[in-house]
Ligand binder design. Structure first.
Ligand SMILES: Nc1ncnc2c1ncn2[C@@H]1O[C@H](COP(=O)(O)OP(=O)(O)OP(=O)(O)O)[C@@H](O)[C@H]1O
Ligand SMILES: [Mg+2]
Length: 376
């Protein structure tokens, strides 16, 4: 299926600190498996110390890209540089890279200390150096007491921390992580997300991280690289990519969204199918028929008769309301039946807002993002 947005949306931006050294650069990378194109024309730059997350649906090429950077697969064309040196076909052990996978991949017959020591032994370090480095790495992941145990004697979360210790032990300047928390339950995942982020800050290491969980990507990353069908759809900071998605796909993948077709001459004012007038930043508008994207968390209920407070508004009828912890979700329909969602803080004053009730919903025009319209 062709993607109409590809034709007129400007290419992904790389808003990075240009004063920092480029740690990793990927240019025009392509990788096929027989007839399957797993990566196509991928360009990416990471600066020293950055935490960049590859986010995207299953099969979009995230692991293929990570493996190419690690030297675990050979690209068909394109180039990879590490620290300014070309490394496209360099063997993995010649790259200054540590790797953590989803399923721990610890050696079951080696003790925890031996597992962590393994990369150092491969690099023929001396016994005393190895002892000190292993101790240090186990301390870093707060598991200094389990060195004598075997992997099967640890919980999933502990095993994953050991896998992390093993990836860090020889102090690589880049660590690649492929869904390292994918096999863990939510609570442990939340906890380890924070731990990995703290480690990143403390060690200043460059991390290229893979997940298909948008929340995890938003929480952890300096920048997110959104992938779709073997290509990069958009790159930006968490905030940019959440608040300023450039396509329907990006808007959808990064969270909940209302996407409404509008009639507009592109000058920053448009009309919804219900006739209501809405405003947006004309500078963001691509050429062509437009839709307007509004995040449900940017929407408020306005008091009838209190005026619009400078917000753009629609009349809506509440269809259902769902309390989801800190947030209460309101599912409504506009006057022509179009569905519209608002997320409010649970406990904010909206007691009378029940199914069947009509309300005025409003949002600031800053929160409205014009996108090239796609058929639903
Ligand atoms: N060794 C292989 N042989 C054949 N096809 C492969 C191979 N590895 C990956 N592919 C294909 O390449 C495409 C990209 O796969 P990749 O593993 O990079 O996706 P992914 O984004 O990591 O997905 P997931 O979230 O499921 O891990 C997919 O269509 C996949 O089926
Ligand atoms: Mg994968």
């Amino acid at each position: 299926m062709t993607h109409p947005a590809n034709m007129s949306v400007s290419p992904p931006t790389n808003t990075i600190d240009h004063s920092a050294a480029i740690k990793l650069q990927v240019e025009g990378l392509r990788k096929t498996y027989g007839p399957i194109v797993a990566l196509d024309s991928v360009d990416l730059k990471m600066v020293e110390g950055e935490f960049l997350t590859l986010l995207g649906p299953s099969g979009s090429g995230k692991s293929t890209l990570l493996w190419a950077v690690a030297g675990l697969n050979n690209p068909d064309s394109g180039r990879i540089w590490l620290d300014g040196r070309e490394a496209t076909y360099a063997p993995p052990q010649e790259r200054d890279i540590g790797m953590v996978f989803q399923n721990y991949a610890l050696f079951p017959h080696l003790s925890i200390a031996e597992n962590v020591a393994f990369p150092l032994k491969m690099r023929r370090k001396s016994g005393t150096d190895i002892g000190a480095a292993v101790k240090n790495a186990l301390n870093t992941v707060q598991l200094s007491h389990v060195g004598d145990r075997f992997p099967a004697e640890l919980s999933g979360g502990q095993q994953q921390r050991i896998a992390l210790a093993r990836a860090m032990v020889y102090e690589p300047s880049v660590i690649l992580m492929d869904e390292p928390l994918g096999a863990l339950d939510k609570k442990l995942r939340d906890h380890l997300q924070i731990e990995i982020k703290e480690l990143h800050e403390r060690l200043g290491v460059t991390i290229l991280y893979v997940t298909h969980d948008q929340e995890e990507a938003l929480v952890m990353s300096d920048r997110i690289c959104l992938m779709k069908d073997a290509r990069i759809e958009q790159i930006g900071t968490s905030d940019e990519i959440y608040r300023r998605p450039r396509t329907h796909f990006a808007a959808d993948f990064l969270g909940e969204s209302n996407i409404l077709p509008i009639e507009s001459d592109g000058a920053g004012v448009g009309r919804l199918s219900t006739g209501e007038v809405v405003r947006f930043d004309a500078g963001l508008a691509p050429e062509g028929p437009l839709s307007l994207m509004i995040r449900p968390d940017a929407v408020r209920i306005l008091d009838v008769g209190a005026g619009s407070e400078g917000l753009d508004c629609v009349m809506a009828k509440i269809e259902s309301r769902i309390m989801a912890g800190a947030i209460t979700k309101l599912f409504a329909t506009l006057s022509d039946g179009t569905r519209f969602q608002a997320n409010l803080l649970t406990g904010s004053t909206h007691a009378g807002v029940a199914p069947g009730v009509s309300v005025i919903l409003g949002w600031s025009s800053d929160a409205a993002v014009p996108l090239l319209r796609e058929s639903a």
